[in-house]
Design a protein around this ligand. Structure first.
Ligand code: SF4
Length: 442
């Protein structure tokens, strides 16, 4: 999962403003940051670094006006997170200008495509699937819409992208629609970002959520729309609503906040155990807990406080790092918890180790009973479309049943959102990692 952003403006947008939008997508990836573009003076400018967007701001040191720019916050699904060569954007300087790409998603047939391209004499510098997209684009010797038609035939998986093609800024959402992309406007400026919230917080008006299979070519005086043939299925990722997207975002035509609130209420409707207070795991469980609390009529209490100086634990690349991060970022409030029976609410359980650590901390703080309630169904299968749960072995719900998981996480009880609630209320979404049924196969 990654965040992508782009901007085009005749008069130029300040680099710092662009980075501010990119920072609004930081939750989508924290491993590396990069941008590439041209200033209004025609200077080619790029900078990439491991780390967060503010580190680019600190290190780059200049603030030119950019005529065209794309940027990326990375959370790796293909290609090692620590390798400098895997940091996006990928670009190639050609006669007549630059071709550059940023990508959100994961390409399933990456290996086959890479081999095909190698046999055509391409040398790859990275282990990222995005570099494959760059060369597929370059080698399809046609106009921009036809390039995307060609790529849609070749590429399987999730590939929402922004390209710079010489003087053009090109946006495209993949034909299954796995990952979101918004277009926004401010004066003569055209902007793109994975989520509308990132645009809005920078004073840019979100105009349109791009449809799957839709492309936009932004030039000096025009925005041209093109479409590729759609896949038979629409598969926007439900996990975006469950966890990834910012709660103030609207993606796939839904309010993220409203979905989480609704799921929390649904979870409370099936509750059969009595407890005293509703405690979210911040921040991912907050809105579920609000809905749960309203429905069940028990007070919402912040029994865990989150430090905002540590990263999101799920997207830390190693298990050890994830576990350490839990104790560094969550602090139990003893006065709220001591002697209480609590409903502990979170969005999902993936590996189970984070939740076990939280339950242990809450017990140490004197909590009497801990009833864990999860705002999504058990994650039983891996994601091939851009979320880093590559093996079934890592998924606790694939290894044991609900009772077994409750034991593993050391909770007094555990309940999940029934999958039927998702099936009924998120029709036309991908729920493969919850259902175990995959429609796009590796
Ligand atoms: S498998 Fe799960 S995480 Fe992956 S796209 Fe589908 S819903 Fe999203």
């Amino acid at each position: 999962m990654c965040g992508i952003a782009g901007a085009f403006s005749k008069r130029g947008v300040k680099l710092s403003e662009f980075l501010y939008v990119l920072q609004g997508l930081q939750h989508r990836g924290q491993e590396s940051t990069g941008f590439v573009g041209y200033s209004i003076d025609g200077e080619f400018i790029t900078f990439k670094t491991l780390g967060l967007v503010h580190q680019v701001m600190d290190k780059f040191g200049k603030d030119p006006y950019m005529r065209i720019i794309i940027g990326h916050t990375r959370y790796s699904t293909q290609g090692e997170s620590w390798r400098q060569e895997n940091i996006q954007p990928f670009y190639i300087l050609e006669e007549g200008g630059t071709i550059a790409v940023v990508h959100n998603g994961n390409i399933i047939n990456y290996g086959d495509l890479k081999n095909k391209l190698k046999s055509r004499g391409i040398f790859f510098k990275s282990t990222s699937d995005t570099e494959v997209l760059l060369y597929l684009y370059i080698l399809s010797d046609k106009g921009i819409p036809d390039k995307f038609k060609y790529m849609s035939d070749e590429v399987k998986g999730a590939w929402t992208v922004l390209f710079i093609d010489r003087g053009n800024l090109v946006a495209f959402r993949d034909p299954y629609g796995f990952r979101p992309l918004w277009m926004g406007k401010r004066d003569d400026e055209i902007w793109f970002a994975s989520e509308d919230s990132a645009l809005r917080s920078a004073g840019i008006v979100p105009i349109m959520e791009m449809e799957r299979g839709q492309g936009l070519i932004v030039r000096e005086n025009s925005v041209k729309d093109f479409r590729v043939e759609l896949e038979s299925l629409s598969l926007p990722c439900s996990f975006e609503l469950v966890y990834f997207a910012r709660p103030d975002s609207h993606i796939f035509g839904r309010s993220v906040y409203e979905w989480r609130y609704f799921a929390g209420k649904k979870l409370a409707e099936i509750e059969d155990i009595e407890a005293d207070i509703v405690v979210p795991v911040p921040d991912s469980g907050n809105i579920y807990a609000l809905g749960f609390s309203e429905q069940i009529g028990k007070p919402f209490q912040l029994g865990l406080i989150r430090s905002h100086y540590a990263g999101r634990s799920f997207i830390q690349p190693t298990q050890k790092k994830r576990r350490e991060t839990v104790r560094m970022k969550l602090f139990p409030v003893i006065s709220v918890l001591r002697g209480k029976r609590i409903y502990l609410i979170d969005d999902s359980i993936v590996r189970g180790t984070t939740m076990r650590e939280i339950v242990r901390m809450l017990r140490e703080a004197g909590t009497k009973e801990i009833h864990v309630r999860i705002g999504s169904p058990p994650v039983i299968g891996p994601c091939y479309y851009g979320i880093d749960t590559p093996t079934r072995k890592e998924l606790i719900a694939n290894q044991m049943n609900v009772e077994g998981i409750a034991k593993f996480i050391e909770a007094d009880s555990l309940r999940y959102l029934p999958i039927e609630v998702m099936e009924k209320n998120l029709k036309g979404f991908c729920i493969s990692c919850f259902s175990g049924k995959y429609f796009v196969h590796p």
